[in-house]
Design a binder for this molecule. Structure first.
Ligand code: FEO
Length: 170
């Protein structure tokens, strides 16, 4: 049986991941409105990945006979003006999520819940990749984004991203 505090944090993480999906869909929406369908594609796929993350927490709780409580998902609250704003907001958001995963990991470790720490290992690694991707996008935008041809090519590059289901199977 899961420790109460660990179960509560795992349940809260479902909501955080769905919020992340909603936030990234808002970023996709921002780029779609500006004719940058490659950037929009990138964030639509990012949103899909976040929904997958939410479902992994959902399923993990069910697999461990814990109760799942679904709460309201907040409205995306990031003000977007410049083309680089979503990229910077995405990095800040991923750093925030990394903090949540680490807090969860520490809580599981404190009660010797090795099953949960093992489950979370995938997310610890995933957060490293997410932060790295977000950082790289900012760097590319800084380098090429102010030149129309550079922006066009970057948008083309991001349009080639395809969805892949998570490698973690429960
Ligand atoms: Fe669910 Fe982008 O981390």
């Amino acid at each position: 049986m899961l420790d109460q505090k660990v179960a509560k944090l795992l349940n809260e993480q479902i909501n955080k991941e769905f919020y992340s999906a909603y936030l990234y869909l808002d970023f996709a929406n921002f780029y779609e409105e500006r004719g940058l369908s490659g950037f929009a594609n990138w964030y639509q796929i990012q949103a899909q990945e976040e929904r997958d993350h939410a479902m992994l927490f959902y399923q993990y709780l069910h697999n461990n006979n814990a109760k799942v409580t679904l709460e309201a998902i907040a409205k995306p609250d990031v003000a977007l003006e410049n083309l680089i704003d979503p990229l910077k907001a995405a990095l800040a958001h991923e750093e925030y999520v990394t903090g949540l995963i680490h807090t969860l990991y520490a809580a599981a470790q404190e009660v010797n819940d090795f099953r949960t720490t093992q489950f979370l290992d995938w997310f610890v690694k995933e957060q490293g990749e997410e932060e790295n991707n977000a950082n790289q996008l900012i760097t590319k935008m800084d380098l090429f984004g102010s030149d129309p041809k550079g922006l066009y090519m970057l948008d083309n590059e991001l349009s080639t991203r395809v969805y892949a289901a998570p490698s973690l199977v429960l």
